[in-house]
Design a protein around this ligand. Structure first.
Ligand code: PSU
Ligand code: MN
Length: 305
């Protein structure tokens, strides 16, 4: 297995010395945001993690290797190369064996992080059960990954392009704890509210770190969600964004968008319909998640060592 992994010097040093490390995904760079905001976000997020006492490890697949940590030139490649594939669990072995370049989703980043010994991961939003999922069976592999892979994911909740109620029900069935970081309400990505609660509200990095250590000490396999609402100053209005999302969903249906294309299509539509306002919110919440993830990684590592 180790023959597939390559590390940057910074990440190798951190892992060898049991320093706190935070994994980051590349799908958000290649398929979640336009250039040049994507590369600016990617670099800023790495710096925020360093400023908060942890080491960033952005993960992607290239030339038959799982890269744990990317150089600036590699980040640029993920931000600009139009042929970067979106890689979830299903796609992972093919992209690796064919030597193609692949951006990892939440699910694929969790797989790579666990292989590398990283248990903390910051992103924007997770995939989930799509609206009409009971008909289309469109359920993100992010959820089944959370059920089996020992990585905690800091996110701003799930977008209401998804059926948030069914997403939370699925996570409960699969034994995935949903923590609200300084909130009792599960956030809906652009907005701080969703109408749904979280399982446990925790208010400090130490409490979250203790929960992670306890879960895995007990041998309870799987990840957890640390839901961190977008900062108030950058949040969008829940009702306004709902109208935009309904429009995006209608257009997806009209264009017969299916499979792995659904999420990127909806993300791009929402951005277009909000005249870029959603992109600004998206960037702000990812940065906030990086900060919280770094702080939790520090607390987790102190207990784990
Ligand atoms: N949600 C977002 N931004 C994203 C994604 C989800 O707000 O960029 C990406 C993540 O990489 C996530 C993936 O893991 O989309 C889910 O895709 P799917 O629904 O096809 O599993
Ligand atoms: Mn899907």
């Amino acid at each position: 297995m180790k023959q597939y992994l390559t590390f940057t010097e910074e990440v190798r040093h951190a892992l060898e010395n049991n320093l706190p490390v935070v994994a980051l995904e590349t799908t958000i760079i290649s398929h979640g945001m336009p250039y040049p905001q994507n590369i600016e976000m990617a670099k800023e997020v790495e710096q925020i993690i360093r400023d908060n006492g942890a080491v960033p490890a952005t993960i992607g697949i290239m030339n038959g290797k799982i890269k744990i940590g990317l150089t600036e030139a590699e980040l640029e490649e993920f931000a600009t190369n139009q042929s970067v594939e979106k890689v979830s669990r299903r796609d992972f072995p093919y992209i690796l064996s064919s030597g193609k370049i692949g951006a990892t989703t939440v699910a694929a980043t969790m797989i790579a992080a666990e292989l590398a010994g990283i248990h903390m991961f910051a992103t924007g939003g997770i995939g989930g059960v799509h609206r009409d999922g009971e008909i289309t069976w469109d359920v993100s592999a992010d959820l089944t990954e959370l059920a089996q892979t020992n990585v905690a994911v800091v996110c701003a909740g799930a977008k209401s392009i998804l059926d948030i109620g069914r997403t939370l029900e699925y996570l409960e069935t699969q034994g995935v704890p949903v923590v609200g970081y300084r909130t009792a309400e599960f956030p809906s990505f652009f907005a701080r509210e969703s109408g749904y609660g979280v399982d446990f509200r925790l208010d400090t990095p130490e409490e979250v770190g203790a929960l992670m250590n306890t879960k895995w000490d007990l041998g309870l396999k799987g990840g957890m969600i640390i839901a961190n609402p977008v900062p108030e100053s950058d949040a969008l209005n829940h009702k306004e964004i709902e109208a935009v999302i309904l429009q995006a969903l209608t257009e997806a249906k009209e264009n017969n968008i299916a499979g792995k294309k659904v999420t990127p299509f909806l993300l791009a539509k929402v951005k277009e319909l909000t005249a870029g306002k959603s992109l600004q919110t998206n960037i702000a919440l990812v940065k906030h998640n990086a900060e919280v993830a770094a702080k939790v990684a520090v607390a987790y590592q102190q207990k784990a060592n």
